[in-house]
Design a protein around this ligand. Structure first.
Ligand code: THU
Length: 156
């Protein structure tokens, strides 16, 4: 894993992080107040974004990462996903006057197990997906989803 900052990212990665940050605006986080955005760079150059969508029947909601990868595959079936950037913010525990910018997590959040599994299966189909986890103070770059989910369940 590489630990870096937003300012040190390549223009492509920085743009993808910006898309993930913008995607948080499309989150529906009525229950948790935790807004997550994901942006996937496809092999055809397109960027597909997703955001968490919550529901009163909690488990019916979905995370930003799955909303993005399922939409990406439904929109461009068979096209490899090359990178995913993830960003999150919340107003919980923040002073009322805090700006939107300040509400982003200072340290990256990391995808939940279910999202790792979902992303991994696209990785197995099409090749490595680089994972860029955004935080205001630090950014983590992982070479693949596999690196986040070793010894995964893949066959039966
Ligand atoms: N969530 C994501 O969208 N992605 C993650 O990586 C972690 C959690 C969402 C699920 C739920 O809507 C909210 O964040 C609080 O857990």
């Amino acid at each position: 894993m590489v630990q870096t900052t937003i300012d040190e990212l390549s223009p492509t990665d920085r743009h993808l992080v910006e898309e993930a940050r913008e995607a948080t605006r499309r989150s529906l986080a009525s229950y948790s107040g935790f807004h997550v955005g994901a942006a996937i760079l496809m092999d055809n150059g397109e960027i597909i974004t997703g955001a968490n969508q919550e529901n009163a029947a909690y488990s019916s909601g979905t995370c930003a990462e799955r909303s993005a990868c399922f939409y990406a595959s439904a929109r461009y079936p068979g096209v490899p996903m090359r990178k995913i950037a993830i960003a999150a913010w919340t107003r919980l525990h923040m002073p009322e006057e805090a700006s939107w910018e300040e509400c982003f997590q200072s340290h990256p959040i990391s995808p939940c197990g279910a999202c790792r599994q979902a992303l991994l299966e696209y990785e197995h189909l099409y090749g490595p997906i680089e994972v860029i986890l955004y935080g205001r103070d630090r950014v983590y770059i992982l070479p693949s989803v596999e690196s986040l989910l070793p010894l995964s369940f893949t066959e039966f």
